[in-house]
Design a protein around this ligand. Structure first.
Ligand code: MLT
Length: 407
C-alpha cells in the first residue's frame, strides 16, 4: 500500500504566494483586465547586472569546449565562489569565515526549507509574522503539531507588533531552534547590533540554535544594523546564516545563494560532539549536486568592483521605489513601516480592516496586488506588504490609483 507523508495533509490548502498568484490570474481572466500591477511576491524586475551577464556568457563558452567543459561540481560549491564570499561578505566586515564553512546552493528558500533535515525533535520558535517557508517546512517534517486555522500548536510564535517596534521578544518558554530574518521579510524592519546581541547571548546561555536568514542584508543602509549575525561575539557557536543573490543581483530565476555553518557550531548527540556543518555536508552530498557552474560564475562576478557598483545601483533603485511609495501612502493617511533598510513596506490597513479584505479592495478598485499580512501569521492581520522590486513607472501609477481608492 502506498502511504503518503501525512504531515502534508495537515498543511493549509496552498502556499501563500501560489494562492495570491491564482487569485490574481482568476481576476485578470474573469474581468479581462490587463493592467494589474504586482507588488505582491518579491520578484525583481531589474535585469542581471552586466558583470554577471558577461561572466555567465564566458561560463557557457567554457562549457561548450571539450578542454574546458565542467561536469558535476563540488557539492559545497566551487572554490572561486566560496573564497569570494569569505573575503567579500565576511573578511571585509572584520568577520573570519573560512571557505570550508560556506555551502553554496540554489537559494535561501531551499536552504531554509531543507535545514530541518538535519534537526531532530525540538521546539521551534518563529517571529509572527514570518516568511511561510520556515513554518511549512517544519510542518512537513512533523515538527509543528497541528494546524488550528491560524497557527500551529507545536510552534512558538513571537509576536512582532507596532507596540514592540516589530522586533520579537525572547521566548518565555523553552525552545530549541529559533528562526530570525533581518532585514525582515515581510515587515521590512531591522534589528540593531545591540538587539541582536541579546538574542545571541540568550542562545548561548540556553543552548538554542539560531537560523538567521540574512537574504536582504544588501539593503541595509543604517550603520547600527549588522549585515551578518557573526558580527556578534559568540554567534558562531549558535547560528547558521543564510544568504541569497536573488534580490541583491536579480538571481530570482538564475538561482544561487549560500549557507554558513561555522566549525564552532557543535551539538552534543548522546555524548558525541557533532559539527552541524558535517551533517549538512553529508545531506548536501546525498541530495544536491551543487548550484550550476554558470550561476556560480555569475555570482562570483558580483564581488568584482564592477559587479559591486552595478548591484549597489540596482539596490538603490529599489530603495528609492520604497521611499516613493511610502511617501504616497503617508499622504493618503496610511501608516507604512520598513523600506529604508529592506525592500518591503509593511502597511497598516485603514481602520483595522482585515488584510484579505484590503487585498480585495486594492485588486478590484486599483488593480494592485499586495500580500495580505494575515498570510504571514496571526500578528500580520491588519497589515499588507508591498514590495519595492517593480519598475519606477509602476509605483508612479500605483500611487495615482491608490489616491482614487474609495475605502
Ligand atoms: C517574497 O516575496 O517573500 C519572496 O520573494 C519569496 C521568496 O523569496 O521565496
Amino acid at each position: 500500500m502506498i502511504r503518503v507523508n501525512d504531515n502534508y495533509l495537515k498543511l493549509p490548502g496552498s502556499y501563500l504566494f501560489a494562492d495570491i498568484a491564482a487569485r490574481a490570474r482568476a481576476f485578470r481572466q474573469t474581468l479581462a483586465v490587463d493592467d494589474v500591477i504586482s507588488l505582491g511576491i518579491g520578484d525583481v524586475t531589474q535585469p542581471l547586472c552586466d558583470a554577471a551577464v558577461a561572466a555567465m556568457h564566458d561560463a557557457v563558452d567554457e562549457l561548450s569546449r571539450v578542454e574546458s567543459f565542467h561536469g558535476y561540481g563540488p557539492e559545497q560549491g566551487y572554490d572561486f565562489l566560496r573564497k569570494a564570499i569569505a573575503e567579500g561578505d565576511y573578511a571585509s566586515r572584520g568577520v573570519k569565515i573560512s571557505p570550508d564553512e560556506i555551502f553554496v546552493s540554489d537559494g535561501a528558500k531551499s536552504d531554509t526549507g531543507n535545514i530541518v533535515d538535519i534537526l531532530g525533535a525540538g521546539r521551534v520558535a518563529v517571529t509572527d509574522p514570518v516568511y511561510p517557508v520556515y513554518v511549512d517546512s517544519n510542518a512537513m517534517a512533523g515538527r509543528a503539531g497541528d494546524y488550528t486555522g491560524t497557527r500551529w500548536s507545536g510552534i512558538t510564535y513571537l509576536p512582532c507588533k507596532e507596540e514592540n517596534g516589530f522586533v520579537p521578544q525572547l521566548p518565555s518558554e523553552k525552545v530549541d531552534v529559533v528562526y530570525l530574518c533581518f532585514p525582515n521579510n515581510p515587515m521590512g524592519t531591522v534589528m540593531t547590533r545591540g538587539e541582536l546581541a541579546v538574542w545571541v547571548a540568550w542562545a548561548v546561555e540556553k543552548n538554542v540554535l539560531i537560523l538567521y536568514d540574512s537574504a536582504y542584508e544588501a539593503f541595509i543602509t543604517n550603520p547600527a544594523v549588522p549585515h551578518s549575525i557573526y558580527e556578534i561575539e559568540g554567534a558562531k557557536r549558535v547560528a547558521i546564516e543564510f544568504r541569497s543573490y536573488s534580490k541583491t543581483a536579480g538571481f530570482t530565476g538564475v538561482r544561487c545563494g549560500y549557507a554558513v555553518i561555522p566549525d564552532e557550531l557543535t551539538v552534543d548527540a548522546g555524548g558525541r560532539t557533532v559539527r552541524l556543518n558535517e551533517l549538512w555536508k553529508r545531506r548536501q552530498c546525498t541530495k544536491f549536486n551543487g548550484a550550476s557552474y554558470i550561476s556560480q560564475r555569475g555570482a562570483a562576478a558580483i564581488y568584482t568592483e564592477e559587479g559591486r557598483r552595478q548591484t549597489k545601483s540596482t539596490i538603490e533603485y529599489y530603495l528609492s521605489n520604497a521611499a516613493y511609495l511610502k511617501k504616497a501612502l503617508g499622504e493618503m493617511g496610511l501608516k507604512a513601516f520598513g523600506g529604508t533598510d529592506a525592500p518591503y513596506l509593511w502597511v497598516k490597513t485603514p481602520d483595522g480592516m482585515p488584510s484579505w479584505d484590503f487585498f480585495d479592495i486594492l485588486l478590484r478598485q486599483a488593480h494592485l496586488i499586495c500580500t495580505p499580512g494575515a498570510g504571514f501569521g496571526p500578528s500580520g492581520e491588519g497589515f499588507v506588504r508591498f514590495t519595492a522590486f517593480g519598475r519606477r513607472e509602476s509605483y508612479v501609477e500605483a500611487a495615482r490609483r491608490l489616491k482614487k481608492l474609495i475605502i
